[in-house]
Ligand binder design. Sequence first.
Ligand SMILES: O=C(O)CCC(=O)C(=O)O
Ligand SMILES: [Fe+2]
Length: 362
Amino acid sequence: MYGASDPTAAERTAFRCAEKQYKLYKPLNLKGRSRSRSKLSGGEGGGADLSAVVDFHVLLAADGELPAGIGRHDCVGFDRPVFCFLDRPGFYFIPGALSTEEQCCWIRESLKTFPQPPNRTNLTAIYGSISDLLIAAKNKKVLVEAENPDIQERNEQNNCGGKTKSKYFKFVDSESQKGEEHRSTAATTLMRKLRWSTLGLQFDWSKRNYDVSLPHNKIPDALAGLAKKMAIPAMPSGEEFKPEAAIVNYYGPSDMLGGHVDDMEADWTKPIVSISLGCKCIFLLGGKTRDEVPTAMFLRSGDIVLMAGEARERFHGVPRIFAESDQQEISALISQLSSGDDDFILDYIKNSRININIRQVY
Ligand SMILES: O=C(O)CCC(=O)C(=O)O
Ligand SMILES: [Fe+2]
């Protein structure tokens, strides 16, 4: 799914040039996380020229003639404006599809419930199942390694012999760790290291496929309902979208997602329903090879993108998040979250972006 087989050839492609053009460059001593399923390397950079980036919110507000190559997609039974690119069938952009309240709700769910077992996250491979990460972060807990009494007992009963070395990780008060030799990791740090979680059918990144044998819950009803409703403009007529899996991506200020194609679902006539939350980003929509020059567009909190049919074969990625400097972009979100008691979530989202993309697998 992700990355090109020949990295040197990938370096020279039009898609790669666009990624380099838009990526955020930072001082070398602030080396950021590479979230990439295909990495971007550094460069000199600075303020990128954003004049070619399509801004659907400006087009929506102008309510006039659209630039060449962009159209409106009229869809029976769908009451919101939907934009499309005339030469890129199957790609749809629904600006401001979610209200501020809805955005807050999905941000909370993304941080609180979506990373809960049996859903897996990038942290699962290191620490096993971790429950209540957000609560632990709010309560300033730390994660420590401990012996798992359950497994020890079970092994003894099964005559596995001797003491098992089975370990697991648990949250404890940071105070209790003072003077302890155990290595501990603050829950707030882990929260920042959260890069993805998978809902519904679990995606196995190492096998690059869905592993239906892994325990999973179905997609929460409210999210499934939203995805079904928003998928309508991209659905073959008379059919209903079946949300079976979702990937939640968590982006910090210097994170990016390298160009890739999502090709692990059986029926490409069904869309990927992709929800943006938090800080603004640049999204690149390329061609069927990396050699085609991609179109850059802004994605803002509450926007929804649909990719179906031919658009499923197109390379796409996120080279840039706009955090900190562009707080006015998410001012409604900030004021809504400020009125609650969610300081942690407020601080998190001020310099993060969350993307929930929902898929029909079969
Ligand atoms: O973050 C986004 O908007 C895109 C995410 C994506 O393409 C993916 O997870 O496959
Ligand atoms: Fe994707």
